[in-house]
Structures are given as C-alpha cells and as structure tokens.
Design a binder for this molecule. Structure first.
Ligand code: CP
Length: 316
C-alpha cells in the first residue's frame, strides 16, 4: 500500500482516476480483513485527528467515519451545527478556520450547499473529504457502492445498472453514475421527468421513462430516496401516484435479470420508493452497503494520511 492518491482532498468521484479507485478498493479489502478480526483496531492513524463537520443530519456516513477513524486509532471529534457557534452567525469559513487552528489532519464535511467541501478544501491545509454536499456529490457513497458491487458481482465492467427515482436531488446518483461509467458499466436512469435532470451529459447513460421497461435486462437496481426536504414545489401529484408509477416492488423486480440485486443508499422511505419485502429480501444489499462503508472510509482516511509531498498544495 505504498501508492498515493493524487489530491489532498476527496471531493468528487469525477476527480478520481480509475487507478485511484482501484487503489481505494484494494486498500478497503485490507481494511475489511481488519474488521473481521476479534481485535478490530490497528495503530495506523495513531496521533492523527479527524473532525467530522456535519451541517446536515446523517446516520450512516457520520457514524461510519467515526468508527473508521477509531478502528485506525485516530482521535475522532464530532461537530454538529446545531450545537455550534454556526447558530450565532459564524460563517462556514470562519468555523472551519477555527477548527483547523486545533490542528486536525482530516476534515470530513457534510453540508447542504453544493460546493462547500470544495470551498474549504481550497482554503485549508487539512485534507477535506466530501461526505455529501447539497445536490452535488457523495463520493464516499459512490465508492462504497462500487466496493459492494465488486464484492457481489466480481466486476463492474459490463453490468447493466438501473438508477430509479429522485435523480434530480440525489448526490448519490451523481457519484454513482460517474463511478460506474468509469468502471465500465452501462447505466440507465428512470424516474418522473420532473426529477430527472435532462442536462446530464454522461456518455453511456441512457434514459427510460417507463419503469416496467427500465428493469428488464438489469443486473443491479439502485433505488433512490424521495428527497421531500429538498422539494420546494410539487414534483409529482402524490406519493400514491409515485408509488404506482415508480415504486420498486417484487412484481417489477422480477422483470430484472434472475440474479439481479437491489441497492439503496438509505435512509429508505419504506412503502414509497421501495416496498418493505424488497428492502429486506435476500437480493437486497442495503445492509452490506453500510458494512462496506466502514472499510471504504478506513481506506480513504488511511490513504489521505500518507505523506503529502506528491499531492496538491492548498491555495494561499
Ligand atoms: N447514505 C447516506 O448518506 O446516509 P446518511 O444520510 O445516513 O449518512
């Protein structure tokens, strides 16, 4: 594991070269081996400090970054905006600069504004990991989805992947599409026309508006959460209509390939985008995705902590 990531930050899947993704996957496999031991802790990041800066709610991402840091023996500090001076009007940059004054090595940032982690990455010496920025990207989710799929399917190349639902508001979809296309998959999007950004221009991405047609021939179905909290106007007439036209259920799933699997980044709106039985069925990788998240985030923390002399310098 002597190789390095090119940049000091992990901000977008689109920034990562294929060989970097492969390095992260290979490192995550080693981390998974550690997670399988009785004593799940190694000293690799002893003396390093990781701060989780979360300005939006999170269950999976924040907890798995915390566990990942602790498994590597780093000191991990959690910052949440609700209990910070952000409530007194402090700006994002002032908050981050003050936190950086405490000498963290890595900042893990989730923010409601697209581009917030990039803004900080350019201005801070610490490594910054994007843990989800607005509607833009969620690269660590994209990486853990690649890791999970490689583990279950062996290879991403040649897979037919359907991403269904609220693509417009989904940072997961952007990272997934970018990563899967780089790795050689074919990606189809399906959802209400109001929730599919037509300005997307990814070579290899197809659109299919009818879900019953879209599932045919697919190896992987990724169901996205309906992000009501980001909808400030009506994008579809009712949840009942959404369920009827785009909800993933057993009957629809059975039209996919016989060895198809189902994924969802969580949190799931059960009974809306995905039925209960499918969320919990043997073909569902939902829990495995969360397991992969710890190994992949350990890999990222480890790789970003390697000597920095070959990486970008921050802007002064
Ligand atoms: N998948 C994901 O980002 O979940 P959380 O919002 O719980 O972190």
């Amino acid at each position: 594991m002597g190789e390095l990531l090119k940049h000091k930050d992990i901000l977008d899947m689109s920034d990562l070269e294929n060989k970097e993704i492969e390095l992260i996957m290979e490192t995550a496999r080693s981390m998974e081996e550690i997670l399988g031991r009785d004593l799940k802790k190694v000293p690799s990041l002893r003396g390093k400090t990781i701060i989780n800066l979360f300005f939006e709610p999170s269950t999976r991402t924040r907890t798995s970054f915390e566990i990942a840091g602790k498994r590597l023996s780093a000191d991990v500090v959690n910052f949440t905006s609700t209990s910070s001076s952000v409530n007194k009007g402090e700006t994002l940059l002032d908050t981050a600069r003050n936190i950086e004054a405490m000498k963290p090595d890595i900042l893990v940032v989730r923010h409601q504004a697209s581009g917030a982690p990039h803004f900080l990455g350019k201005r801070l010496k610490s490594a910054v990991i994007n843990a989800g920025d607005g509607q833009h990207e969620h690269p660590t989710q994209g990486l853990l989805d690649i890791y999970t799929l490689k583990k279950v399917k062996g290879n991403i190349k040649g897979l037919n992947i359907l991403i269904v639902g609220d693509v417009l508001h989904s940072r997961v979809a952007r990272s997934d599409v970018s990563g899967f296309i780089k790795m050689g998959a074919r990606v189809t999007l399906c959802g209400p026309p109001t929730l599919i950004p037509r300005w997307w221009n990814y070579p290899g991405v197809e659109m299919e508006w009818n879900i019953d047609e879209a599932v045919k021939g697919k190896d992987v179905i990724i169901v996205l959460r309906i992000q009501l909290e980001r909808m400030h106007s009506s994008f579809f007439p009712s949840i009942r209509e959404y369920v009827s036209l785009y909800g993933m259920n057993r009957k629809r799933f059975e039209q996919a390939n016989s060895d198809a699997i189902i994924m969802h980044p969580g949190p799931i709106n059960r009974g809306w985008e995905l039925t209960d039985d499918l969320a919990d069925c043997k073909e569902s990788l939902v829990i495995q995705q969360v397991e992969s998240g710890v190994a992949v985030r350990m890999a990222l923390l480890y790789l970003l902590s390697l000597p920095k002399d070959l990486r970008d310098e921050p802007e002064s």
